[in-house]
Design a protein around this ligand. Sequence first.
Ligand SMILES: Nc1ncnc2c1ncn2[C@@H]1O[C@H](COP(=O)(O)OP(=O)(O)OP(=O)(O)O)[C@@H](O)[C@H]1O
Length: 354
Amino acid sequence: MSNEAHEPESPVLQAVRLSKHFPVRGIRSKDVVHAVDDVDLELHRGRVVALVGESGSGKSTIARLLAQLMPPTSGTILLHGSDATARGRRAFRRYVGRVQMIFQDPFGSLNPVHTVRYTLTRSLRIHRGRLRGHELEAALDELLDRVQLRPTERYVDKYPHELSGGQRQRVAIARALAANPEVLLADEPISMLDVSIRLGILNLLKDLRDRLRIAILYITHDIASARYFADRTMVMYAGRVVETGDSESVTQDPRHPYTQLLIRSAPDPDDLEARAHGARGEAPSLVRPPSGCRFNPRCPFATDLCRAEVPPLETVGEGRKAACWGYSDRDGRPELGSVLEAFGERPTVEEPVA
Ligand SMILES: Nc1ncnc2c1ncn2[C@@H]1O[C@H](COP(=O)(O)OP(=O)(O)OP(=O)(O)O)[C@@H](O)[C@H]1O
């Protein structure tokens, strides 16, 4: 079967060979940080894609590139198949009306001196023109209702400090919805919230996906929540995508040795860091990334081929891809074995989110 069976519609937002290199500070330094290299990504209506990986793997940089908060070093962003590069303020504002971002910190992202009414009215006016009177009240009511802050009159005149973290994140989502966006870029939207309310926010985002058919990019450290929430999961390592596929397969039957390590280490990313460092040396420098596969210094199966050439993302099952020479027919390819044995077993978690 072709990919079309999985992705019946053409993508709303697409990144093609997206790269971002940041200059390293210092006089006459020509060094760059390879934050993102050659990433392809597609977001479809009514679907969630999760981007998972350790801290520093480039996830936030991808979100900021897709939001056009900074230009890519190379590569293209396409909105409904056309180059979306916004040149000038008006084009950027139009783009932001279609592609909205939700940030990790609901405490920092809402201005403490403004009420919910002010914040939402401002966003409505920017994106939908000058609403007044009944029309404005109805729009505010609808937005708060959509993010399940009910009865809406209890919340509309509140200041951020009068709301809980989860309620603030709902207001931030309502502010994004005021634009009627086609795409939401959600950068760790639950990681700063109390564990007990995380599921509620993910369920709200699921509701928006299903009812409004919004395309969502969900960035997370937590691969278990990706399984719960995302249709597809992309795993990043050191600025590159190493594995993609439907979330169930990627999390239950990971193919890339790095994904296997990530899953075996869930839910504690620090544990991953500690063990991987202990067992296999440092996380790679992004200024001088390892040649070939960037995971090779930590991979128990790496061969000379892995150290010499970057493995392409190759099909490893229906709708699935992995960037690992172990799945190729190249001479000198690694013999993949059990990552569990290589790194030491630890039970996986059954429950995705508390
Ligand atoms: N503005 C910048 N200038 C220089 N380097 C940057 C900049 N932004 C990010 N980086 C670097 O790019 C790399 C990728 O960072 P990014 O924030 O995208 O990773 P991440 O996977 O989102 O991590 P986290 O989960 O910690 O947010 C890191 O090495 C980071 O230090």
